[in-house]
Every structure is written in C-alpha cells, then in structure tokens.
Ligand binder design. Structure first.
Ligand code: ZN
Length: 437
C-alpha cells in the first residue's frame, strides 16, 4: 500500500487523509463565500445569464480546465423525449463546461453540475435588502439565487480547489457544468448531455437540506388564453368577462390537481407525501380598462406529475379539463380557450437505491457531517432527471440547508455549505481517485 498523502490513490481513503481534505475545504471557505457572493451579484434571470457564465468560464479556465461554451440550439435537442418546448429566444441561453483530464484515467468519471439561472426576485421592497446585493447575517448568506443554486455551483468548484490545495487532482475525467434553463425547461442540462457530456456519476448540489433526493416529480408549464366579449359595463350582461371566466377554468384545474393527488396511493415514494402534486397559477394578465368588460385574459400555470407519467398523457388531461369547463360557459363554449405548452415538459425520476455512487456519497457525507446520509422525496423539478432517465447515470442531487428559495430573503446556511463542499471533495477523492497535481 502506497502513501496516500503523496501518491495516486483509488477507492476508500483513510481518516488522516479525509481530515486533510476537510481542513483544506475549511481553509478555502472564506474565498468560497466571497466567490458565491460574486455569483449572486449577477442577476442571472432567464435571458440574462451571459455575464455570470462569462465569469464562471474565466474562473474555470484559470484553474486549467479545458473549456467549452455554447449557445443552446433548439434544433439540436427538440427531437429528444426530454425536450421542453420554448417560445423565447435562446440567443443568450449559454452553457459552460470545464473538463479536467487526468494524466492517467485510473478512477471513475464524474459530472459536477449546477444551474446558473435564478428566478425573478419579485418586488425589491419586499426584501430586507436588495436581492442581488448579497449579505451575511450570522450563519445565513442572503440573496436571490444564493441557495438555488450558486452556493452549489461554488461548492463544486471549491471542492476541486481544496484538492489542489493539498497538491492533488482527480485521477479521472471530471466535467464541471454550469447550465442554464433549469428553472423553466431543463433544456440546459439536456443540451449538455446531447453534446456528449457523460460520466459514471453526477452530483448536483441543489438546496436539499443536507439530504439526497430519492425521487421527484415531473413538471409541466402551460399558458391558457381566454377570450371575452367587450362591452360597456352598463351592458355587462351582454358581454363575456374573460377574467372571470379564467377564475372558473382555474377552479377546474384545481379539481384536476386534487384528482392527480389521489393517484399517490400505493406509490412507493409518494404515498406518504402530504400533497405531492402542486398546481400553481404563477402569472396572469388581462383586460384593458376598469369600465370595459375584459376581452382577453392569459394565465401561466405549473403542475406536477408523478414519475413514469408521459407528459403527453398529462397534457391531454389538462386540455380535456379546460375544454370540459369551457363547454359549461355560454361564451367559451363557442370560443374555446387556447392552451399552449411553453416550458417544462418533463418527467420525474426515482433514484435507484444502493448504487456505488450513493454508497460513496454516504461515506463522504458521514465523514463531513458526522451523521448518516438521509434521503427524501421532493415535489419539485430537478435536472437530475436528464442523467437518470436519459443516460442511466446515478445522479446525486444533494446540497445545503436553505430557506425561502423562490421567495423573499432567500438564504443558505454557510456551515451547511462548508460541510457539503467537504462531502463533494471526499466524494471526488474516493470516486475518481487522486493523482499528484
Ligand atoms: Zn435549483
């Protein structure tokens, strides 16, 4: 047996070496926190990811990784079953990947994935401080996109940095991915897969309360466009109010949500989840004037599906629900609402239990946290589905504690981020092996 403190290693590592890796994560954590804050300062909402991607590109390049960067081309991915339809320009939908190649491929390859896009912050005045001006209060780092998931993106990069601090690097290929479109379609991670990025395992440090995601839901986005008949309000009875008609359609969709939730019975991973299928009206527009019966209304929706549900089947049920409700409306019966699928068109996944990758993660987590790894089921979309469903790759969605992601005062626990970074560094050491830097 060689001296693992100076030579190439593969497989499980000893206590002393683990402690050295965790000490390096600790030593680098101040810089990691500053790096995460820098990422938060880029307001990388949809269509505005480019400056943040440029920064990440430069940072990975400085670290000696072989760089790739591309604009997602819908034509390259639209025939894949995991594609989600889009009605926005992809001119600024940019993916960045940095690849580490070892001198000798001794261990198993790995993808460290994170998404750079963040959801809109909402009215700034609802935040304690401006959402893209990060601040720290005690253990919490605040700012839009800090938890979801720039802390995770930084953790991936600084886990590799920690290994370099002790003159080590992975003894297998590692792709560091910064993808976009995670919050609306999942097309960014899909595009990276179809560009040829594959590995024996993947890690995505989404904010998951220090746990591993065992299963999640699929998500579907759609926009409903409703017409009305505009008249002066004095003749309101002769008109048709598109906004009020939309309320009735939303009510019908709530009933669909209830029906879908009943289907959790007997499901291995969702039977005990309180309300796994969540329907949301996330945006609504309509009408032109307070004294005119509104002639139009559009509303944007999100609904979930259980793993194994073909999105095309789900969309038929959505369309049938709207059509049936419209037929009960005097005006809409002859002027049916239009339904457009304009984003997520995805399936959920279930992570097979007990894979080598999961065991390696459990081992690394136990050393970094001093507790055993727990898994759980989450009723949200994750890019992990691209790896699990379309490449049979064990994807470990595992990351730090957070509060209020997608809400006001989004924040992530720094102590948790540090431990998660330690877990990732230890995972790399065991999964990929290490060679001298
Ligand atoms: Zn996320």
């Amino acid at each position: 047996m060689g001296n693992e403190l100076s030579e190439t290693t593969t497989g499980a590592i000893g206590d002393r070496f683990s402690a050295e890796i965790l000490a390096a994560v600790d030593a680098g954590f101040e810089a990691q926190t500053a790096f995460t804050q820098k990422l938060i300062r880029y307001p990388s909402v949809r269509g505005q990811e480019q400056p943040c991607q440029d920064f990440i590109f430069g940072q990975l390049q400085e670290r000696g990784l072989a760089m790739d960067r591309w604009v997602i081309d819908v034509a390259d991915i639209e025939d894949h079953p995991g594609f989600s339809p889009v009605n926005v320009s992809y001119d600024n939908a940019i993916n960045v990947v940095g690849t580490h190649r070892p001198r000798q491929e001794v261990g198993r390859s790995l993808i460290l994935n994170g998404h750079v896009d963040v959801v809109p912050a909402g009215p700034d005045g609802m935040w304690i401080r401006p959402p893209f001006d990060p601040w720290i209060d005690g253990d919490w780092l605040y700012g839009r996109g800090g938890a979801d998931m720039k802390a995770g993106l930084a953790a991936n990069i600084f886990a590799l940095d920690a290994l370099r601090m002790i003159d080590r690097r992975p003894a297998a290929t590692v792709h560091v991915q910064s993808v976009t479109e995670e919050e609306c379609t999942g097309n960014g991670a899909l595009s990276a897969l179809l560009r040829g990025y594959r590995a024996a395992a993947a890690i995505i440090p989404e904010p998951e309360d220090d746990k591993l995601v065992r299963a999640n839901v699929g998500v579907i986005w759609f926009r409903v466009s409703v017409q009305g008949r505009p008249v002066h309000v004095r003749d309101a009875g002769a008109g048709a109010n598109a906004i009020e008609a939309s309320f009735r359609l939303v009510q019908a969709l709530r009933e669909l949500e209830a029906a879908w939730n009943l289907r959790k019975a007997g499901r291995r991973h969702f039977a005990d989840v309180d309300h796994p299928i969540n329907f949301n009206v996330g945006k609504i527009e309509g009408g032109d004037w307070a004294s005119s019966v509104p002639a139009w209304c559009t509303f944007d929706c999100r609904i979930a599906t259980f793993p194994g549900t073909d999105p095309r089947q789900a969309t038929r049920e959505i369309e049938d629900t709207i059509e049936t409700a419209a037929q009960q409306d005097r005006f809409l019966a002859d002027n049916p609402p239009e339904v457009e699928f304009n984003g997520f068109f995805t399936q959920g996944y279930e992570l097979e239990e007990g894979s080598d990758a999961e065991q390696t993660l459990a081992h690394a987590h136990a050393r970094a946290f001093g507790t055993s790894l727990e898994s759980f089921v989450t009723p949200s979309y994750l890019d992990g589905r691209v790896f699990v469903l379309y490449d049979d790759c064990p994807c470990l969605v595992y990351g730090p504690r957070s509060h209020d992601i997608h809400g006001f005062d989004e924040r992530v626990s720094l102590a948790s981020v540090k431990r998660v970074t330690g877990t990732i560094a230890l995972f790399i050491a065991e999964w990929c092996g290490l060679e001298p830097a």
